[in-house]
Design a protein around this ligand. Structure first.
Ligand code: SF4
Length: 252
């Protein structure tokens, strides 16, 4: 059986979370409404905390229900406020800045990376370190200004030691990115690296096999390619990265 958060509210006396936790412990999964897209159901931060509690209580599967009515969609202001104040996962504790995204909020091309590194955490802007500079050079070479595209990451706070974000962190943070995609409304999305590829399109995709090939999903064209940090480790990947971006910005 799946529980909707809305149904759960009826079980919640005096604002305590106990009945909620007790109920979901008996179940294998819980369905919740998207915390950013249902501002009228109840407070978004409360929803986020419930999800974290569910995960602490051993719930392994959290499913998101997306509210499709435009009137329910989060605004940029709501989204940025929710991200800036977020303590939805453990990455909250060590961050200096929440790295929400940068660029043209109505871009036709969006880039999605993995998560902020040290420089990004310091400045609160994605892709400003060595890897970002390399990506910028590539864009410039193609005659594309960085400000023309929108850039975001799978998680918005820096994973310690630049490790990959963990599944529980991604499960909570992905809702922000989904709301960003909806707000930007891009025609094309460049997925930078396997963390981005697998969390947007599915674990069945491998970056080495999928890179350079368009994948269509829900009316958006996705182009998987290497993460720019991988180019710093292996120069040979630069040629493929260049080719993939050239394909993205090809004039039709
Ligand atoms: S990584 Fe995402 S979910 Fe985790 S604290 Fe930061 S903004 Fe919130």
């Amino acid at each position: 059986m799946l529980y909707h958060l809305k149904a759960f509210e009826a079980y919640q006396p005096q604002g305590t979370m106990e009945p909620y936790v007790r109920t979901i412990r008996e179940e294998e999964s819980i369905t919740v409404h998207h915390p950013n897209l249902t501002p009228d159901i109840f407070d978004k931060y409360t929803a986020m905390k419930h999800i974290v509690e569910a995960q602490k209580a051993g719930i392994t599967k959290v499913e998101w229900i997306h509210v499709s009515d435009d009137e329910d969609a989060a605004t940029w202001e709501e989204l940025e406020k929710a991200c800036s104040n977020c303590n939805g996962c453990k990455l909250y504790s060590n961050r200096k800045n929440v790295v929400i995204g940068t660029g043209n909020k109505k871009a036709s091309v969006m880039f999605i990376g993995e998560g902020p590194g040290a420089d990004e955490d310091e400045q609160g802007i994605p892709f400003v370190g060595k890897a970002g500079k390399l990506m910028n050079q590539c864009l410039e070479g193609l005659g594309v200004k960085r400000e023309e595209i929108y850039i975001a990451n799978i998680v918005k706070c820096r994973p310690p030691g630049n490790r990959n974000p963990e599944p529980d962190e991604i499960a909570v943070c992905l809702s922000y990115l989904e709301a960003q995609i909806k707000l930007v409304g891009p025609e094309k999305i460049v997925l930078l690296g396997s963390v981005s590829l697998q969390n947007i399109l599915g674990k069945e995709y491998a970056i080495t096999k999928s890179r350079g090939k368009w994948i269509e999903k829900d009316g958006i064209q996705y182009m998987p390619t290497f993460h720019p940090a991988a180019l710093l480790r292996d120069e040979h990947k630069k040629i493929d990265f260049w080719k993939d971006l050239k394909e993205v910005f090809k004039k039709s």
